[in-house]
Design a binder for this molecule. Structure first.
Ligand SMILES: [Fe+2]
Length: 345
């Protein structure tokens, strides 16, 4: 290989004539067509490559044919040195994105290169360090994005199932979704952490799941027997029992369990008082009550929004946490009204 050709590659540009001569003896020129694989992940390393002309994609594969593109490299860049330096298997796949000419240095010759051109070795190490940092940042951001996508599809699946259950009953249709919107509005106004917003969303969607275990006829009765009341009071615990084995729902268990506690301690199931009641439960209680009052329902008359808010305010300190009620009134006063949009968390 010609020394002049080596000199126009930045990696070799400042090297002495004699070093370039030695390098030219161990460099082989190779051409790859677009989409051709140059390096395959998890194979033994045999060579180190410098791009003379063209463009390559460096990507890492994940389960299920999913891949993360670590970087795109073009003229003058190099790749394949990492596995040669640490002796491990290839950690990524390199594919030509267009017709690409590379200079190949075989593994055995690469070691010689480090001895005969220490300046070049230093440059390679420095570039390698920069690239590692870049690819780490890229991998982290890609994983974060995928986790968010996964979480949103998880929430959408739960929402779909909850809505499908509600569809069968005019009494509860749309209830959980509206309680979720209102709760999230309060949570955001309070400034809850992202993690708590997630727990609040899941709790709001699933808080009344336990009602499915109560015979429907009870909900249509005007007066309830003590036994029937007891049965209804068990629904928060039933909701918890139904979801307690799901790892991702663990932070929703307590908020759901205590969503019918009252601020003055007269609620159920445990008669918790004030701050003993988890904050997320106190939020759910307000959103739940407001939604129940303003909902169109065949079994009770619908209260208008203003009257419902007055009723909530009247019960601040007895049924509800006064601070949460205050925030709730603020959320409702915003020009876009109570239909608070959920922004992805
Ligand atoms: Fe409930």
């Amino acid at each position: 290989m010609k020394v002049d050709k080596l000199r126009r590659i930045p990696l070799f540009a400042n090297m002495s004539e004699s070093d370039l001569k030695k390098i030219s003896e161990i460099v082989h020129e190779r051409d790859f067509a677009a989409s051709e694989i140059i390096i395959e992940e998890r194979t033994e390393p045999t060579s180190f490559f410098v791009i003379d002309r063209g463009k390559v994609e460096i990507a890492k594969g994940f389960e299920g044919n999913d891949k993360v593109v670590l970087s795109i490299q073009s003229n003058g860049a190099f790749f394949g040195e990492m596995a040669i330096l640490d002796g491990g298997k290839r950690s990524a796949t390199v594919m030509a994105l267009e017709k690409t000419s590379v200079l190949e240095i075989k593994a055995g010759d690469f070691e010689k290169l480090l001895y005969m051109a220490p300046v070049l070795a230093y440059r390679i190490m420095r570039e390698l360090s920069i690239r590692l940092r870049e690819s780490n940042a890229l991998t982290i951001s890609s994983i974060t994005q995928k986790t968010r996508q996964l979480y949103r599809s998880y929430i959408e699946t739960i929402t779909m199932v909850v809505q499908a259950i509600e569809e069968r009953n005019a009494r509860t249709k749309g209830h959980n979704k509206r309680v979720t919107l209102l709760s999230m509005g309060i949570g955001r106004e309070i400034g809850l952490r992202e993690e708590d917003m997630r727990s609040l969303e899941l709790s709001a969607l699933l808080h009344d799941l336990g009602l499915l275990r109560i015979p429907e006829r009870i909900f249509h009765k005007k007066t309830l027997t003590a036994k029937e009341k007891e049965l209804i009071h068990k629904h928060p615990l039933e909701s918890v029992n139904m979801i307690s084995s799901v790892p991702m729902l663990q932070n929703a268990l307590l908020p759901i369990k205590y969503h019918h506690e009252r601020f003055d301690g007269s609620g159920y199931p445990d008669g918790l008082k004030g701050d003993q009641i988890p904050l997320l439960s106190r939020i759910l209680a307000v959103a739940d009550a407001y939604e129940a009052m303003t909902r169109e329902s065949p079994v009770h008359s619908q209260t208008n929004e203003e009257e419902a808010l007055q009723e909530i305010k009247r019960c601040a300190g007895s049924q509800f946490d006064p601070k949460v009620v205050e925030v709730f009134a603020k959320v409702l006063s915003y020009s876009d009204g109570p239909a608070v949009e959920i922004t992805p968390v």
